[in-house]
Design a protein around this ligand. Structure first.
Ligand SMILES: Nc1ncnc2c1ncn2[C@@H]1O[C@H](COP(=O)(O)OP(=O)(O)O)[C@@H](O)[C@H]1O
Ligand SMILES: [Mg+2]
Length: 244
């Protein structure tokens, strides 16, 4: 479904991503882990068109995404969440989710249709009862759910998640894990960047480990966490603990 081919991205002299290749199959739940600064967010920004690659290709359902604008990539069926959540604070939860529907590939043609299209995503993340609240008044865990609902309202076939669990409470982590399982079971392919290894182990079938912009290892969650180089790359440099 998604093919990342010899992808590189430099920022001045810094090679944030070097010659990275990996694939995601339809229906998969892929985890991406790696220390802070490994290039995880950069990969996501490259896939979703927020940054242009220095070289390499990204193909989604057989067609290249390189050169397309973020909204065009969203229309192709790729949704995303952001590591730092940015809801429209003065707008209600429902209006926030409606913005996703209004910008979706099948673009809701009226506010009434967008309101209808927002109902299912809100239900999916468990925010229906808070739909008239201002998004700014939500807890961080709820804002993360809102972010997921807004992304789902764009009707993605592939959903990319950047540290959805960052900074939320233990109870929210359990909640969000259930929400992600629900989204996956609804047929959405998921690529999840996550610093909480236990979450990756519980949810993903396959894990890619990034270090200094390169693929260090790839395998089942169990293979990956037992891999000596993976352990070594984290020695003295623990997995990210903050939503930076
Ligand atoms: N817009 C940017 N300009 C310059 N350097 C950047 C930019 N974005 C990321 N970087 C650098 O690229 C590297 C990878 O960053 P990032 O992808 O955010 O890592 P991660 O998400 O794995 O923590 C880091 O060294 C970071 O400082
Ligand atoms: Mg990041």
């Amino acid at each position: 479904m998604l093919e990342v081919r010899t992808l590189s991205k430099s920022f001045g002299g810094l090679k944030a991503i070097s010659d990275l290749s990996f694939e995601v199959k339809q229906g998969e739940f892929l985890g991406i882990i790696g220390p802070n600064g490994a290039g995880k967010t950069t990969v996501m920004n490259l896939i979703t068109g927020y940054m242009a690659p220095s070289s390499g290709d990204i193909r989604f359902e057989g067609r290249s995404l390189v050169g397309l604008a973020p909204y065009q990539i969203s229309h192709r069926g790729v949704g995303r969440t952001f590591q730092v959540v940015r809801p429209f604070a003065e707008m209600t939860v429902e209006d926030n989710v409606m913005t996703g529907a209004l910008f979706s590939g099948s673009r809701a043609s009226s506010l009434a249709k967008a309101r209808k299209a927002a109902a299912l995503p809100m239900e999916l993340v468990g925010l229906t009862h808070k739909r008239h609240m201002h998004a700014g008044a939500l807890t961080l865990g709820e804002k993360k759910k809102l972010e997921l609902a807004r992304a789902m309202a764009t009707e993605p076939r592939l959903l990319l998640l950047d540290e959805v669990m960052g900074g939320v409470t233990r109870g929210d982590v359990d909640d969000l894990m259930l929400v992600l399982q629900r989204i996956h079971r609804a047929g959405v392919t998921i690529v999840m960047i996550e610093h909480l290894v236990e979450v990756i182990v519980a949810l993903s079938a396959r894990v890619v480990v990034l270090n200094f912009g390169c693929k260090l290892h790839e395998g089942t969650p169990q293979e990956v966490i037992e891999h000596p180089e993976v352990i070594e790359s984290y020695l003295g440099r623990p997995l990210e603990t903050d939503a930076a």
